[in-house]
Design a protein around this ligand. Structure first.
Ligand code: HEC
Length: 104
């Protein structure tokens, strides 16, 4: 890669990093906190017909962390053609975590 391209790359990073940092900050504000009650409603309507307790409470359950749980919930939303946005996924993850997983 030429020096010029490298330079452009660094410039782009310098622009992107603060934007990313700001987004992380905004999304971690308590006022944007997830809503487990909405998560419960979404889960009960769209997911519970296939499973509830057995999937999340079994001893060999697959979700091993909050991030893992989020990935799996998002994948199931895609699989079911629901295409939840990240807020909806977060709400369901919050609900599942409060009731079954208790990840920190
Ligand atoms: C078509 C039936 C079906 C639907 C609908 C469904 N699931 Fe599942 N889900 C399963 C099955 C079966 C498993 C267990 C798969 C495995 O063991 O790999 C599972 C596993 C999971 C797990 C992992 C549980 C663990 O082991 O920790 C999560 C999280 C999950 N589902 C979330 C959801 C969410 C959220 C929805 C609603 C968007 C949903 N599922 C809808 C069938 C379904």
């Amino acid at each position: 890669m030429s020096m010029k391209l490298l330079h452009v790359n660094f410039m782009l990073m310098a622009v992107k990093m603060p934007v990313f940092a700001a987004l992380v900050l905004i999304c971690s504000q308590p006022s944007w906190a997830s809503n487990p009650e909405r998560g419960r409603a979404l889960y009960e309507n769209q997911c519970e017909s296939c499973h509830a307790e057995w999937a999340h409470a079994r001893t060999n359950r697959k979700a091993k962390s909050l991030a893992d749980l989020r990935l799996r919930a998002a994948a199931w939303s895609t699989h079911g053609g629901l295409d939840w946005n990240s807020e909806e996924v977060n709400d369901v993850v919050e609900y599942l975590n409060v009731h079954f997983y208790h990840f920190k």
